[in-house]
Design a protein around this ligand. Structure first.
Ligand code: AMP
Ligand code: MG
Length: 451
C-alpha cells in the first residue's frame, strides 16, 4: 500500500507526508492486543486469534433436501407421468425426529426437509412428483398436494429417481475437524453462520482497543450547557467516540477539559487509570498560547508535534506513555476543527486501532473517480476533498465504462464545515504538486463509512 521511500514525493519545509506519518504511527505498535474469548454475538468484526475448527460435520447425518418420500430408487425405475409406481406409505419422519422405520421394497416414508433419511432408503422423491392415493391406488388428493395432514396409505410416484437424489450427504458441506475460518480472519456475518453452524459458540479474538476521547477548549460546551457569548457545542468528542465504535474500538468518554495544563493532565491521568490503550485528544495541539495538550503529553510521556502535509489535518501530535511490563498508551492529538479531526482520525488513528485489533488490512478501500466540477486547493499540500458520488435512483453508485465513479464537491471545504462532511460519501485526493484540477479530471477516492 505504501510507496517505497525513494518514490515518495519530497515534502517541502520539513512536513511529513501522509505515508511517513502513518508509517511512524504504525511502527510504534508492537503488535495486536492479547486474545480473549468472545461469544459469537460479541465477536462480529473482530479478528480470530486461532483457527476455528468444525466441531461437527455438516450435515451431521444424511438428510432430505426436499419435502417428499424416502424410497428405494430401484422401486421408481421406469415410473413416468402416465405409468406411475405405487408405493406403500409406512410412516413418517419429521425434522428433529430420529427415523425408526426402515424402508423396505415397495415402501415409502414421508419425510420433511432436513429430516434424517431412514435406513433402507437411498433417495427422496419430492412431493411434487407424487400423488396421494388409497390402498388400491385411487388418488385421494391432488398431485403434489400432500405435504401436511396424516400421510396417505399409498403414493403414486410419477418419476424415476436416481440413487442419492434429493439427499444431502453427511459432511458434504463441512467435515468435522477441518478449519472452517483461519486465524487472522475478521469475523463477518457469514463467518458467524459457518462457525455457529459447525457447532462452535465461542471464539478466541483479539481484545478491542480501549480508546479514551477528550475534547479540549474553553469554548467547548457539553450537550445542554448554555453556549453563552462565545461557546460552541462539542462536535468532536461524540464524533470521535462514534468513529472509535465504528472502527472496532471501545470508547471511553473522558469529557471536556479547559485549555489548562492541570485540567488536561488530570484527564490524561484518569485515562491511564481507566486502563486505556489509546488516548485521543481533540483541539489544543496548535502552537497558540492556550494550546496545552503538547505540554500535558510531555509531562506524562513522549510526544512529537508533527506537521503533516495534509489538508485538512495539520497539526497533529503523536506519542506514547510508557508502562511497566505492558505496551505503552498511544497518544493522538488531533486538530480541533471537526473536519480535520475526522480526516486525521481516518488517516492515522483508524489504521492504528485496526492494527491493535489484529487486522492486516488497515487502510480504507480506494477507488477511481472523475470530477464533475473543477477544484482547487492550497499549493503543496495533499488535499482530501469531501465529495458526493453520483448514484442511480436506487442509490447505487454509477460507474462509467472504465469503472470510474463521478463525484461532486459536498459543499464548502473549510476545515470547520461539518454540513459538507455529513453528506460526503468519500474523500477525493488531490496530490501535493497539483494546485487545481478541471472538470473531467480523474482522482483517487478514499471511501468513508458506507451506509
Ligand atoms: P484548536 O485545534 O483547539 O485550535 O481548535 C480549532 C478550531 O476547532 C476552533 O475553532 C475550535 O473552536 C474548534 N473546535 C475545537 N474543539 C472542538 C470540538 N470539540 N467541537 C467542535 N469544534 C471544536
Ligand atoms: Mg482550542
Amino acid at each position: 500500500m505504501t510507496a517505497p521511500e525513494a518514490v515518495r514525493p519530497k515534502q517541502p519545509g520539513g512536513l511529513l507526508s501522509v505515508e511517513e506519518a502513518r508509517d511512524r504511527v504504525l511502527a510504534a505498535i508492537g503488535g495486536p492486543l492479547e486474545a480473549e474469548w468472545a461469544e459469537l454475538a460479541d465477536a462480529l468484526g473482530r479478528v480470530l486469534v486461532a483457527d476455528v475448527v468444525a466441531a461437527t460435520s455438516l450435515p451431521p447425518w444424511d438428510n432430505s433436501a426436499m419435502d417428499g418420500y424416502a424410497v428405494r430408487s430401484t422401486d421408481t425405475q421406469g415410473a413416468s407421468e402416465d405409468e406411475p409406481r405405487r408405493l406403500r406409505v409406512i410412516g413418517e419422519v419429521a425434522a428433529g425426529a430420529a427415523p425408526d422405520i426402515p424402508v423396505g421394497p415397495g415402501e415409502a416414508v414421508r419425510i420433511a426437509t432436513g429430516a434424517p433419511v431412514p435406513e433402507g432408503a437411498d433417495s427422496v422423491i419430492p412431493v411434487e412428483l407424487t400423488t396421494p392415493a388409497d390402498a388400491t391406488g385411487r388418488a385421494v388428493g391432488e398431485r403434489g398436494g400432500d405435504a401436511t395432514g396424516p400421510p396417505p396409505a399409498t403414493i403414486l410416484a410419477h418419476a424415476t429417481v436416481e440413487p442419492g437424489g434429493s439427499i444431502r450427504r453427511e459432511g458434504s458441506d463441512v467435515r468435522a475437524g477441518v478449519v472452517v475460518i483461519p486465524a487472522g480472519s475478521p469475523v463477518s456475518a457469514s463467518a458467524v453462520a459457518l462457525i455457529a453452524g459447525s457447532g462452535t459458540a465461542r471464539v478466541a479474538v483479539h481484545r478491542r482497543p480501549r480508546v479514551g476521547v477528550l475534547a479540549t477548549g474553553d469554548e467547548i460546551r457539553a450537550p445542554g450547557e448554555p453556549l453563552g457569548a462565545a461557546g460552541i457545542p462539542d462536535a468532536n468528542r461524540p464524533a470521535l467516540l462514534a468513529q472509535v465504535a465504528v472502527g472496532g474500538g471501545e470508547g471511553v468518554d473522558l469529557g471536556i477539559a479547559r485549555d489548562d495544563l492541570e485540567a488536561v493532565l488530570g484527564a490524561l491521568r484518569r485515562a491511564v487509570a481507566a486502563d486505556v490503550d489509546v488516548v485521543i485528544v481533540s483541539g489544543g495541539v496548535s502552537v497558540g498560547p492556550y494550546d496545552v495538550v503538547k505540554a500535558a503529553f510531555d509531562a506524562l510521556g513522549r510526544i512529537d508535534l508533527w506537521r503533516v502535509n495534509v489538508q485538512p489535518g495539520k497539526p497533529f501530535a503523536f506519542g506514547a506513555i510508557e508502562r511497566e511490563g505492558r505496551a505503552p498508551v498511544l497518544l493522538f492529538g488531533l486538530p480541533g476543527n471537526p473536519v480535520s479531526s475526522l480526516v486525521t482520525f481516518d488517516l492515522f488513528v483508524r489504521p492504528a486501532l485496526r492494527r491493535l485489533a489484529g487486522h492486516t488490512r488497515l487502510l480504507r478501500q480506494t477507488d477511481r473517480a472523475v470530477l464533475s466540477e473543477p477544484v482547487s486547493k492550497s499549493h503543496g499540500r495533499r488535499a482530501f476533498l469531501r465529495v458526493i458520488i453520483d448514484r442511480d435512483p436506487d442509490g447505487r453508485a454509477i460507474r462509467d465504462d472504465r469503472g470510474r465513479l463521478t463525484v461532486r464537491l459536498a459543499g464548502g471545504q473549510g476545515s470547520h464545515v461539518i454540513s459538507a462532511l455529513a453528506v460526503a460519501d468519500a474523500l477525493a485526493i488531490v496530490p501535493e504538486a497539483t494546485d487545481e484540477l478541471p472538470a473531467g479530471a480523474e482522482v483517487e477516492l478514499w471511501w468513508l463509512d458506507a451506509t
